[in-house]
Design a protein around this ligand. Structure first.
Ligand code: NDP
Length: 444
């Protein structure tokens, strides 16, 4: 049995109750086969894959807080510190009822490779809680965030582990958590990223994941002799990533005709009105029915369906496993040329294979949504320097990082005779740097 298969078998036996983690490990290890096979003896002796798939440590803790009725509520908090061989642990905090050990573990594992791809010194981590900020008052959100940080603060620090936002964790939540960390630790340090601009946040961080997704998509199109101008784009999601991806796509001359949330989706043939979408989602925190009510050209549909719309480019920006095999078939049948993932693991393994086998250029989330964490790392740099860079400075660094990522993953795929397989290219490029650092640092 090959080394990869041996480790896959062991990981499956050990983590049987964590399907998302197994899916992520299988996807990564499968695509690393050419590199591992070429260096099997060294990697096996060093147990590189066993060490990579076993987190450095994980924390699971009780988060008690009091709701507006005086009732005590209890949530479960998580932080996973997966691998810090190239820098302090870094990764977001997801607040969503679906959060469990397996979800946090899959996200933390993916983060190792994504962070490595940015070219910046950051290791892989992730965290969150099964708390749902939806429908909660500001006071309740604050009570939760303070309780969550009261425990989390024991494990993090500006040079140790630097969490950030993710689903359900935006500027408001980061603000409350930062305040609590500062109060308990009596220290003012860049322990979280995604902070407000008046207290250490970076300009362009809010836009970074969506903008970065478009910068890499644009480079992909350019390298295939195409441009974004006049292209029809379908986007899922209506949160941070989806909103800024829509905005940048429109600035590049493309037309974005869809968005979605967890209850339904919008088809707007005139092009999504980003300002209206921001008002509905960022200000009112309302459903997409409000978008449709305010805009004549928009149709609202219950359930899922954005991938059935004819497009040149599809950008899944909502959540994991939201683009399935049938969706991939619909995209191919409609002549879609490129799929780039704004969300983490939105495309299932069979859907990814179908897209690749049918000539769709496919860039996975590890590379395509790395702009968010890259800009978080730029926020860390600014905090260390005690300086703030201009929007243009950060944005131009982000653009350069995304262009570099595209060429690194393209080159890595070519080196192993897999031209155009950007998933493999991303995993290989991310892996090589981490594996080399692990070997250099000995068995720790
Ligand atoms: P937000 O919470 O801002 O938005 C998430 C969007 O996805 C919302 O529109 C939400 O709908 C929808 N959604 C969430 N869960 C589901 C579901 N189960 N089914 C259908 N729709 C769903 O999160 P972000 O935009 O920040 O994150 C989106 C994705 O991008 C995630 O996978 C995240 O891990 C990834 N990502 C985010 C980064 C960032 O910088 N923000 C960086 C890198 C990756 P509703 O409004 O109904 O909740």
């Amino acid at each position: 049995m090959s080394y990869v298969d041996e480790v896959l078998k062991r990981v499956k036996e050990k983590n049987a109750s964590e399907p998302e983690f197994l899916q992520a490990v299988e996807e990564v290890l499968d695509s690393l086969r050419p590199v591992i096979d070429a260096n099997e003896e060294t990697y096996r002796r060093e147990a590189i894959l066993e060490r990579l798939t076993e987190p450095d440590r994980q924390f699971k803790f009780r988060v008690p807080w009091v709701d507006d009725k005086g009732q005590v509520q209890v949530n479960t908090g998580y932080r996973i510190q997966f691998n810090n061989s190239i820098g302090p642990y870094k990764g977001g905090l997801r607040l969503h009822p679906s959060v469990n050990t397996g979800i946090i573990k899959f996200l933390g594992f993916e983060q190792i490779f994504k962070n490595s791809l940015t070219g910046l010194p950051i290791g892989g981590g992730k965290g969150g809680a099964d708390f749902d900020p939806k429908g909660k008052s500001d006071r309740e959100v604050m009570a939760f965030c303070q309780s969550f940080m009261t425990e989390l603060c024991k494990y993090i620090g500006a040079d140790v582990d630097v969490p950030a936002g993710d689903i359900g964790t935006g500027a408001r939540e980061i603000g409350y958590m930062f305040g609590q960390y500062k109060k308990i630790k009596s220290t003012y340090e860049g322990v979280l990223t995604g902070k407000g601009l008046t207290y250490g946040g970076s300009l362009a961080r809010t836009e970074a994941t969506g903008y970065g997704l478009l910068y890499i998509t644009q480079e992909l199109m350019k390298c295939h002799g195409e441009s974004m101008e006049g292209k029809t784009v379908v986007i899922s999601g209506a949160g941070n990533v989806a909103i800024y991806a829509t905005q940048k796509a429109q600035q590049m001359g493309a037309k974005v005709v869809t968005c979605s949330d967890s209850t339904g989706w919008i088809y707007d043939p005139e092009g999504i009105d980003v300002e209206l979408l921001k008002e509905v989602k960022e200000v009112k925190r309302a459903r997409l029915t409000e978008y449709a009510a305010a805009r004549k050209s928009a149709e609202y549909h219950e359930g899922r369906g954005v991938w059935s719309v004819k497009c040149d480019i599809a950008l899944p920006c909502a959540t994991q496993n939201e683009l399935l095999l049938d969706d991939a078939k619909a995209l191919v049948a409609n002549g879609c040329k490129a799929v780039c993932e704004g969300a983490n693991m939105p495309t299932t393994i069979d859907a990814t294979k179908y897209l690749q086998e049918n000539g769709v250029w496919f860039i996975g989330g590890k590379a395509a949504n790395a702009g968010g964490v890259a800009t978080s790392a730029l926020e860390m740099t600014q905090n260390s320097e005690r300086l703030s860079w201009t929007f243009e400075e950060v944005d131009s660094k982000l653009q350069q990082i995304m262009v570099n990522i595209y060429h690194n993953i393209d080159d890595a795929a070519k080196r192993y005779g897999q031209e155009g397989n950007y998933v493999m290219g991303a995993n290989i490029a991310g892996f090589e740097k981490v594996a080399n650092a692990m070997i250099a640092q000995g068995v720790v």
